[in-house]
Design a protein around this ligand. Structure first.
Ligand code: GLC
Length: 417
């Protein structure tokens, strides 16, 4: 992957991050788009600010949970579609300082991130269900129409947006990324990202803003891509629960195995992964999520060498049930689909490695190069030219590995492929 060649390259070193969706919507604990999805009038929804008292908010607890998962950066919703701002902004009074809590959430999070050397990225929604100038007209994720008293005016809204982005990029120290969402207007305006780049040269910018930015953002597992390697910098994003990104009391959480497979598929193809948790209204992370993060961390720690400094190498095999990464003469086989059989055939590789290890447990595996029946051509025996025996890892204890993503390390004496 072509790197940026500047301070943004942190993104290629730290590849697993925590996404946090937190705002007034945590109070109703239903969905981050509660206002829109349940058609709550703005005048009612905005009252939630009088109930926002996150007395247990502790950014270090969030970062501890992230670190337990092996995550190395965080992306935080400064303003979601509801328009409520989690920082002390001078551009609107619809912000955290006008709640009973009266303290700047972003400032506290930024302080903890800087103290711990933890890159901080900022999410910002272009769609705004509160600002009078945002032209809500029923497009995707917009209110059906302006509400009483609104004065739709995209130029004036953009002035507001730029002033907010300027605040975010000047008042909270180093920012490592800017994560736009829902530029429903389809507006192209490179000057906005240009301002971010001037003010925060280490910030990677996603592709949902006013130009193509630095990286793509495939969401959940909806955009199934068959590409063996991402062609541009990519950060897949996924929430830990199926229904919501914000805290949802009655959430249907994804299984651990689903999450591990999803994470593995993104990382093994050269991408980053941003896994979301929605904190509760009191500021704490839901217990289920904390537990999932810790278990993800156990897995990630055991297989991590298959990602760090490794490059995607799935082209080396025609086996589409696995993904490969490599580091020099070491090849890593990722069983990121449910393994159906206790062997992996790595045709057309023909060279036997000097060792094979199941990284998850450290146990050695049996490896050989074999002529095997299912590779014989119909009635005609083996091909008369070319290799007749292929690399086969076998006796993989698949029944003991149903709740994880097994990763096998193969060490070769000679260059591979
Ligand atoms: C979707 C959701 C939005 C969320 C975003 C994160 O677009 O609609 O609420 O913030 O995903 O990627």
């Amino acid at each position: 992957m072509q790197r940026f060649g500047d301070g943004r390259d942190w993104f290629f070193e730290k590849r697993f991050g925590l996404f946090i969706h937190w705002g007034l919507y945590a109070i109703n604990a239903w969905h981050e788009q509660d206002q829109w999805r349940r058609g709550i009038p703005r005048t009612i929804y905005e009252q939630l600010r009088n109930q926002f008292i996150p007395i247990h908010f502790d950014p270090d607890a969030w970062l501890d949970a992230a670190e337990a998962a092996g995550m190395e950066y965080i992306c935080f919703t400064t303003k979601h579609h509801d328009g409520f701002c989690m920082w002390s902004t001078a551009q609107t009074d619809y912000n955290i300082m006008n709640t009973p809590y009266e303290r700047d959430i972003l400032a506290q999070l930024a302080e903890a991130c800087h103290r711990r050397g933890f890159p901080l990225c900022l999410y910002y929604s272009v769609v705004d269900w509160h600002h009078p100038n945002y032209p809500n007209q029923g497009r995707s994720h917009e209110l059906p129409a302006p509400e009483p008293g609104d004065e739709p005016n995209i130029e004036r809204y953009l002035e507001f947006l730029k002033a907010q982005v300027h605040e975010l990029c000047t008042q909270y120290g180093d920012i490592h990324g800017f994560w736009w969402d829902m530029n429903v207007t389809g507006l192209v305006d490179p000057s906005i990202n240009h301002m971010i780049r001037e003010l925060q040269p280490n910030a990677v910018i996603n592709n949902r803003g006013f130009d193509e930015g630095d990286f793509g953002t495939p969401e959940r597992d909806f955009e199934q891509s068959s590409a063996l390697v991402f062609e541009r910098p990519t950060e897949a994003c996924q929430s830990i629960g199926r229904e919501s990104w914000g805290y949802r009391e009655d959430e249907d959480y994804y299984s651990l195995t689903h999450l591990l497979r999803s994470i593995d598929r993104a990382l093994a193809r050269g991408g980053n992964y941003l896994l979301n948790v929605g904190p509760k209204a009191d500021g704490t992370l839901p217990g289920v999520a904390v537990n999932r993060l810790a278990r993800i961390g156990d897995w990630y720690q055991s297989v991590r060498e298959a990602f760090d400094g490794a490059e995607p190498a799935s082209v080396l095999t025609e086996n589409r049930e696995v993904l490969l990464t490599r580091k020099g003469r070491t090849l890593y086989v990722h069983l990121c689909q449910e393994p159906t059989v206790e062997r992996v055939l790595l045709k057309p590789l023909t060279v036997k490695p000097k060792s094979a290890t199941l990284l998850n447990t450290g146990e050695p595996l049996v490896v050989s190069t074999d002529s095997i029946p299912t590779q014989h051509m119909d009635g005609g025996g083996l091909p008369t030219t070319g290799p007749r025996e292929w690399l086969r890892v076998h006796r993989i204890p698949v029944d003991d590995l149903t709740d994880t993503v097994p990763v096998i390390k193969l060490e070769f004496d000679a260059p591979i492929g």
